[in-house]
Write a protein that binds this ligand. Structure first.
Ligand SMILES: [Ca+2]
Ligand SMILES: [Ca+2]
Length: 276
């Protein structure tokens, strides 16, 4: 636990997401915590980490803080060099932190320096705000030493009472630009039927892509033929596009494509075949 009173240097929260024009493509990850597990400290419910194509990292904590609370803190800790040997050992080696102190609802940016947390200059373009129930933090990757990834912890504290996301360990989030990589592609065929299956990995989480439906595109003999059915990708199952062709199309050349589009990224595979 940290002594909030020494950290209560107020920063103005500047800008809100809705005020940005032409927002860049952004992708997010959500981590959900139990509700009602914080005793008297603010109950943390979700932690969202995200990156946008303009190089800004976003962190938000969903926590409903009573307006009568003047003593608690909510802190987002970032270990930007993935080293527990640097930074605050009580928080898995966190090197930077964002602190919301309910006394005056002040916000502070701090870095670990010579064995303690000290207030640091707010990096250009960064902003903080608390608008119940969201604590928002935005900071550029450049301000975090161009970190390729961060380990994140959010914690609320009131006296000896706490809530934390995650309950143990850290949330690992990749800050390098998102890429989608095809991990499997299969074509199965039978009489007047073809099925394309596609799975992809996302670079930010290292996990399977399972957040958007596939686009299915088919042309036979130069004309568009809509897929008969499709299926969304799941963690353990590829997405699919499936076509059943009319008798009149037997013998014609077909070009079939299955595509994921997400946050301006694309993963796609096509096949050419003759309908039989
Ligand atoms: Ca909680
Ligand atoms: Ca560290």
């Amino acid at each position: 636990m940290r002594v909030a009173a020494v950290c209560a240097v107020a920063f103005l929260a500047v800008g809100v997401p809705s005020a940005m024009s032409a927002p860049p493509e952004q992708w997010d990850e959500y981590f959900v915590d139990a509700q009602g597990d914080s005793a008297a400290a603010p109950d943390l419910e979700t932690l969202t980490t995200g990156m946008a194509d303009d190089g800004m990292a976003h962190f938000s904590v969903y926590t409903r803080i009573p307006s009568t609370d003047t003593k608690s803190t909510v802190i987002v800790y970032l270990d930007t060099d993935h080293s527990a040997a640097t930074g605050d050992s009580a928080y898995a080696g966190a090197d930077y932190s964002f602190l919301l102190f309910q006394g005056g609802r002040s916000l502070d940016f701090e870095r670990w320096n010579a064995g303690r947390w000290v207030s640091a200059t707010a990096p250009p373009g960064s902003w903080w705000s608390y608008r119940s129930p969201y604590l928002f933090v935005t900071i550029s990757r450049a301000s975090l030493g161009n970190a390729s990834a961060v380990n994140v912890i959010a914690e609320s504290t009131l006296g000896a009472q706490h809530d934390r996301i995650p309950d143990t360990g850290t949330v690992h989030y990749n800050l390098t630009p998102l890429a989608l990589t095809v991990s499997s592609f299969h074509v199965t065929r039978s009489t007047r039927h073809a099925r394309l299956e596609l799975a992809a990995m996302r670079s930010d989480t290292g996990g399977p892509f399972d957040v958007a439906s596939p686009y299915c595109h088919g042309r036979v003999g130069g004309k568009v033929v809509f897929a008969t059915t499709f299926g969304d990708p799941k963690k353990d199952r590829p997405a699919f596009c499936s076509w059943t062709f009319a008798n009149a199309l037997v013998g014609k050349k077909a070009r079939l494509t299955i595509t994921f589009v997400y946050a301006g990224r694309k993963a796609s595979r096509s096949v050419s075949l003759t309908v039989r």
